[in-house]
Ligand binder design. Sequence first.
Ligand code: GLC
Length: 401
Amino acid sequence: MGSGTAEQVVAAARAILDQHWRADLGYCAPNARVYPWQWLWDSCFHTVCFAALGDPRGRTELASALAAQRPSGFVPHMGYQADPSAAVELWGVLGRSTITQPPMFGHALRRLVTAGFPAEGLGPAVAAGLRYFFRRRLVPSGLVAIWHPWESGMDDSPRWRRWQPAPFDARAWAATKQDLLAALETADGEPVGSSRFAVASASFNALVAFNALEAAAVLDDPEIASAGRTLADRIDELLWDEGLGTWVDRDPTGAVTSTVRTLDGLLPVLVTGDADRRRRVLDAVVAPDGYGLRFGPAGVHPAEPDYEPTRYWAGGTWPQLTYLLWWAARQAGLAGHADRLAELLVAGACRSGFAEYWHPETGEGLGARPQTWSALTAVVCRLDPTAVDGWSDPASPGAGT
Ligand code: GLC
């Protein structure tokens, strides 16, 4: 696709969702070959896409993502409804995993309700899913901890360098991830801690706070709203690094575990109360000498030694992160920044063949292709069509950029 209109992009995104929809199970597999199971944050993003398309499958998908919720409120990050016995070897339980992922269900619920789909039935599960973090995951500083890199949704990120082999080696890291799984402490099929990995990650905390505020807005739940605001304040107080212009990660004792500048480390921009900080971060996200490369913001700041864009989670452009930063810019009323991110998201998705992630400089598709979360392009096209209409692929001859 060289250039096009918002409606052409919407049609392409809808076709990808249709291709991956499991009508029997009520969710989209992110990619039929590489990712046949259900993943929590992917399904929440699919819900956001369906909501923007006015498609009732969004409600079905959110319900299926929450279906394996435990009485504590814990929601597993993977569902193996297609073959429940396949879960047992890795997780020791039938049909699901024993860790979680960013709770994007607060935002998903709000998008559904805003699009006119009733929250009925889903509200209590979403509220319990968020309360779980405030009741079971808080460390003494008031931040939330994750207990495995998989919980972040970004398992190979250089933010976990303290646990990774140096130099990085994917095979050795895969073995370490297994060891970290063995280090998980579980009770009744749920995680309760880890002897080796506990991190108050900036991005995970930001997404808990953001989703709490999103859910509270539609559920009229003052307890969740207040927990979300308190967490947002803690993130700003404890994780912001003024010199680096990013939020950092800390372990439960308060020691910094990573200062590497990654794009997800900027997600607290969704909830920060500091307008100058918000502006500074979003400027960096779109700046060509910052993260803002030709086909989208790089997943790792290009000046970092770890920037290696073709490697998984080490610098590529991820559509769901670009979407979240677009959302932050929109929410902040920074229309120029939002329009730029919308254009970049569409240009990269189209150039890459709607890939799982892509090269921020060339648009080359990386990872699974196509991958359903690239359908988030439909959301920006539906909500801000003028930012996208008439866009042209900057890499095609004569595009003039
Ligand atoms: C990979 C990603 C994770 C995602 C899953 C399915 O494991 O790291 O974030 O949820 O694929 O797309």
